[in-house]
Write a protein that binds this ligand. Sequence first.
Ligand code: AMP
Length: 635
Amino acid sequence: MSRYADFYRQSIDEPEAFWAEQARLIDWETPAAQVLDASKPPFTRWFVGGRTNLCHNAVDRHLAARGDQPALVFVSTETGVERNYSFRELHDEVQRTAASLIALGVGRGDRVLVYMPMIPEAAFAMLACARIGAIHCVVFGGFASGSLASRIEDATPKLIVSADAGSRGGKVLAYKPLLDEAIRLSAHKPDAVLLVDRGLAPMALTEGRDHLAAALLAQHRDAEVPCTWLESTEISYTIYTSGTTGRPKGVQRDTGGYAVALAASMKHIFDGRAGETYFSTSDIGWVVGHSYIVYGPLIAGMATIMYEGLPTRGLDRQPDGGIWWRLVEKYKVTVMFSAPTAVRVLKKQDPALLKKYDLSSLRALFLAGEPLDEPTGRWIADGLGVPIIDNYWQTESGWPILTVANGVEPMPSKFGSPGIPMYGYKVKILHEATGEELTGANEKGVVAIEGPTPPGFMQTVWRDDARFVDTYWKSVPGKLVYSTFDWGIRDEDGYYYILGRTDDVINVAGHRLGSREIEESISGHPNVAEVAVVGVADDLKGQVAMAFVVPKDGAALTDAAAALALEGEIMQRVAGDLGALARPARVRFVGALPKTRSGKLLRRAIQAVCERRDPGDLTTMDDPAALQQIRHLLA
Ligand code: AMP
């Protein structure tokens, strides 16, 4: 048996022994009394009775051996700022922030919502929460008031940490007005708001509620705030993600299991070593940012690069398609993590840029978030001359489910496949309708995971155990098994291929959007009678959202100018409610939407027509003319 096969087998057959060994990769104040508690499936508790702290493991424990080595490298091609923080400086910054949070009344178990651009203060806030046992809920800075409001309402934060503005491609996006509007919309109001002023946009402060970070941090300059030792099963954070319903789910993560999972993945999957530099181009608003910008690299004693800006602009804010490679050379990056979409953007740049810098430090580029198409994979593999490692996972899992574990044993990758199941994951392909396991090669089914789920995997849906069980564990008939809501196949060598979502989730540039969320926003327009939003294949972004709207007054159906005006209003509405990311690429107007006789929207048939594929069996369709109209519109 190969080394990895052995390793994997042990993780499945003897999970307690396997994970007890992995638990040694982090520091514990009290070791676990029980490694695994799977007595109440599908809930899984790891390292029960153990006490640890994420911030201690990410920062404090490195002070003795590498206090003066870089921990966080901040590069903003938006503001032209480049700054290094050593582990010691990071420790100081985090303590100042922690003291400020405490001064604002935040304690263990309280929620702190972080609505921040990619600036170091965002990482300080996350680590400060972890330090004192507060639960952080980071909301992507590109989300607008409606999305933010629903998250504030669900998380009920005592405090919100934010900033005056973010910036993208030189365009400043003021956050404060969006935040004020979100707080106004939310039934829950935070006690306090802590604001970092970058000097990018004016901020109107609400007396008694809003506090400027600079003033508070200055008061706590020399603060010493010890880490609070937390139970391994205590909540470290929640992060919201989209699913089938309009209401986003708060994916809830523990403390000890997550720390161990990340430490193990840094060793076995990413093969990143203490003292080296890790560069993930994601955003702290996504799960990749949590696991592989902030916690993972720091736990491993690596410096992490936090990058604000486009991949095509330099520190002098002039076009520079080589900026990322410049950073790899400058900081001797050994491990890089990005998304296929970003590579597709870079593919449009001069290929000579890949040869212009010394990239000899780089051992591998990891790509995740969406399917990696072969031309993109080959282009970057040829250009960089290092292994390109596709990895498949979800907000829910916290770390890769399918990839290759080159830290355990070097293994070949196959184009188009993220790889094989990672240790701890019992991955199955199940028949959609019967739940029967499909064991043959290349049989298409739902990718599912059998419990107990490994450390780091979501504990539950925040404040909604029933939703966790019903949504994720009861969708396959007759079995208590976790559904990823992805279609997949496994080839004769055991490599998996992901074939798209089984639900109505749209993946735009690696970001997950719920079609229902967008539909709900559009339905709010007074001239919209009905709407269907589908994800349609796109060369650059993987998928884009397309909206089909039945207008209340027929003008948009017959008058091109009226249609254009209404399309503009609808796009603006979605951007205002949810953020620019969710704005549909096009809004088309139709007289009716294709539905089943029982009134269910046929999103998949619409999607098929948009992608010029066969819409399949339409015998249950109520009004075939509706689909025909869409086909004509697109012709
Ligand atoms: P998120 O929770 O936003 O990370 O989105 C997770 C979803 O993105 C998965 O359920 C897949 O549909 C898709 N996804 C993530 N990584 C990959 C990958 N390497 N290959 C194909 N699809 C992926």
